[in-house]
Design a protein around this ligand. Structure first.
Ligand SMILES: Cc1ncc(COP(=O)(O)O)c(C=O)c1O
Length: 393
């Protein structure tokens, strides 16, 4: 029988304090809840932080991706290249625009999209690439921008996991044509739920603002197909305070993550993801790959054992996205759209896809606790527990 662990270290906790409480309370008492001055202030501050001309606040990261694709005119018959390992929202947004997600492999060392494989996936239907800065590390943007430029493709950075991350001194979200952000509860900064679009493109920004709000130009005039993807004032008030804390909290995340990496160096069954020398990692996760052969147990078993011993870890993504049933069954819009669509006029069969990089690491990535509320004692406990698990031989 297993005994109770001496402590339980959680993998994620939002960092909020009195300032957030006051900011949100002020909005509640003001009686103005729908997108207004707080949203505008949050947008201005976020754009200035990222270094883009525009920031458009929305109510989730998924909405941000959907709006970005809609605003850029991506639609039926278009192909969009996405990484095989990411959260499904990246793919979902493409499907909602009635476009076709085409998977590129990842580099198993960094877990980010492989620019060489992007090149191999380009067809005459390709319109956009969505690199994801997975677990907080920027994707290798230079070669991605290069291939995009060569083929006239739009680059939408999925920055949902990389608030504050930098690539060669530039903030992610300002490198591609559009950046999409999530402020989901566990992210480096949160608005509970929420999202943002960043861009320097005036046209995309204008269209994104319309799509966010029912395609309305005035109270009774709808000029494009839109949605209600608005952020509210309470979320924005929270976001403004969270943004002001971001750099400081990211520093702590980085310090905690490097402490784990250094102290777990001699654990033969655990390997940190490779960090490119020219990036500033946001450490949404402290990502490690489990070498199951050396450990002698599955990652799933390890995750359960760690929990039993009082260490909660993240464990995603457990399969390359082309294995998701929604794609295998082509269960999107009625009558087979977007897959069987006269505008597409081709057949895509996800069941035959095998991308070795993604298949090598899927199911074997864990994120160790690294959030800013952890004490040195918590981190040492994580290290002690991991070191207590002996390899197979
Ligand atoms: C890589 C990635 N893209 C998109 C999203 C979607 O963001 P949201 O949950 O705010 O809709 C997430 C959310 O976790 C994500 O991790």
């Amino acid at each position: 029988m297993s005994s109770r662990p001496k402590k339980f270290v959680r993998v994620a906790e939002p960092y909020v304090g009195e300032e957030e409480v006051r900011a949100v309370a002020e909005v509640i008492l003001s009686g103005r809840y729908v997108q207004g001055p707080k949203v505008e202030e949050f947008e201005e501050k976020f754009a200035s932080y990222i270094g883009t001309k525009h920031a458009i606040a929305v109510n989730s990261g998924t909405a941000a991706l959907h709006i970005a694709l809609a605003a850029a005119g991506i639609g039926p018959g278009d192909e969009v290249i996405v990484p095989a390992l990411t959260f499904f929202a990246t793919v979902e947004a493409v499907l909602h625009q009635n476009a076709i997600p085409v998977f590129a492999d990842i580099d198993p060392e960094t877990c980010n999209i492989d620019p060489d494989d992007i090149r191999r996936r380009i067809t005459d239907r390709t319109k956009a690439i969505i690199p994801v800065h997975l677990y907080g590390q920027p994707a290798d943007m230079d070669p991605i921008m290069e291939v995009a430029e060569e083929h006239g493709l739009l680059v939408i950075e999925d920055c949902a996991q990389a608030h504050g991350a930098e690539y060669k001194g530039k903030k992610v979200g300002s490198i591609g044509h559009v950046g999409c952000w999530s402020f989901y509860a566990t992210k480096n900064m949160t608005t509970g739920e929420g999202g943002m679009i960043t861009t320097n493109d005036d046209e995309i920004a204008e269209k994104a603002r319309l799509v966010r709000n029912h395609g309305m130009v005035s109270r009774d005039d709808h000029v494009v197909l839109g949605y209600n993807y608005r952020m509210n004032e309470l979320q924005a008030a929270l976001g403004i305070v969270q943004l002001s804390r971001l750099d400081k909290l990211n520093e702590i995340r980085a310090k905690n993550s490097y402490y784990l990496i250094e102290n777990l160096e001699d654990v033969v069954w655990l390997r940190p993801t490779k960090i490119l020398p020219y990036v500033k990692h946001a450490f949404f996760w402290a990502p490690f790959r489990v070498l199951e052969d050396k450990l002698g147990m599955s990652t799933k078993e390890l995750v359960a054992l760690l929990r039993e011993k009082g260490v909660e870890v993240r464990h995603r993504y457990n399969a390359p996205l082309y294995k998701q049933l929604v794609l295998i069954r082509k269960a999107a819009y009625p009558r087979g759209c977007p897959f069987s669509c006269p505008f597409y006029g081709r057949d895509i069969d996800y069941s035959g896809i095998h991308l070795p990089g993604a298949e090598q690491v899927a199911g074997k990535m864990i994120g160790l606790p690294n959030h800013p509320k952890l004490t040195r004692e918590d981190l040492d406990y994580v290290i002690e527990v991991i070191k207590s698990i002996k390899p197979a031989s």
